[in-house]
Design a binder for this molecule. Sequence first.
Ligand SMILES: [Mg+2]
Length: 254
Amino acid sequence: MDPTPLHQLSAPERARRFGAIRLLATDVDGTLTKGNGLDPEVVAQIARLCARGIEVVPVSGRPAGEVQGLVRYLPGVRRGIAENGQVEVVPDRPVRWLAEASDRPAIHALALEIGADAGLELRITADDRFRVGDVAFERDGASDAALAALIPATRARDLFLTWSNVHIHFTTISPDKGAALLSAAGVDGHEIATIGDAPNDAGLFVAGRFGATIGTADVLRQRAVMPAMPEFVTESTESEGFLELARLLLGAQP
Ligand SMILES: [Mg+2]
């Protein structure tokens, strides 16, 4: 079933579904960004949400090191989850593992084999040095279909594969941003709203976990490769979709 467009919700439905939300978990790339950069209007809305008592928690596939910088500078934000749920990041504290520590060199070697067998020359991400558990490669324009075709070989090597609009991730455990968020949030899942744009956000969309799950409009064209779809979808793509949700949340609070 296709997700319900957020803009179709009546005011009473908005208040009922979003009035009790206390935490907004948000993907970063493709969700808070427009093109390659953080949308300045997103920064302003995050400050408003936090001032209204809705904690905003970035949940990213980016490295612990980059998420630390993001959390430090986003107004009102205190913590984040990095590397698709593997670690929690609070500035100036040691990262907290939310999953088992991984053998990065071993995963890296297997991933290169999988790529080579498929005729892909995988290129390690430029931000690899800031990762503590995740092994990721530049997407370099690879299509959803080309990446989905790698899944059988990945599973045959006891690895898992997911991807965002920018990176391809290989892991020894099934990547699950949603499970990590639930273990770290400190509030009930029903008080959490989630938003993301790509297959690596699927754990944030699993039915029954959260009070509301929202995809930017980008999820619609990727539905064939999404392990789970959100309940709601924004009208717009990328950060314009996030801003649509932020306005709704601010308007739905009692
Ligand atoms: Mg994304």
